[in-house]
Design a protein around this ligand. Structure first.
Ligand SMILES: [Zn+2]
Length: 139
């Protein structure tokens, strides 16, 4: 695991407890390759280094998804927003080619409580995970 800001085993342990181990999919894993807008957000997050840790995993599919193969190898990027994104090269058995696939995991913050903190300055709290963030819309 590569940590951008930390190099302590405690942070690695916290990530493993929260997001699973080397052979496990993180919670709420979703393939977004078919959605160009979400793929663009992932690419932008990667370019902006909008993550604090990255890890390459070989995640084994559960039995009901074995038609996709035995596993997917992907690089996961963990953000401080209680979620993350991943990129994988997946072999397509029909076209016999590798293709880039994009994924997201963790909370999507779909149900939030907003508060006004000042002029053009807002705070949001996710009802699902409790994550809090602010937005300055005057930029
Ligand atoms: Zn959330």
């Amino acid at each position: 695991m590569y940590l951008l800001k930390y190099d302590r085993s405690e942070e690695v342990n916290q990530i493993t407890q929260r997001w699973g181990g080397y052979n496990h999919f993180p919670p709420s894993w979703k393939d977004i390759t078919g959605d160009p807008n979400q793929v663009e957000v992932v690419k932008r997050s990667l370019l902006d280094l909008d993550f604090y840790a990255a890890e390459t995993r070989q995640m084994h599919y559960p039995e009901e998804h074995k038609h996709n193969g035995c596993y997917v190898g992907a690089t996961l990027f963990f953000t401080s927003s209680n979620n993350g994104f991943a990129i994988a090269k997946v072999y397509d058995r029909e076209t016999f080619k590798f293709e880039d696939r994009y994924f997201v995991f963790g909370c999507r913050h779909n149900d939030c409580i907003g508060t006004t903190l000042g002029r053009c300055y807002y705070g949001y709290t996710c009802k699902d995970c409790g994550h809090y963030w602010t937005v300055d819309s005057s930029d």
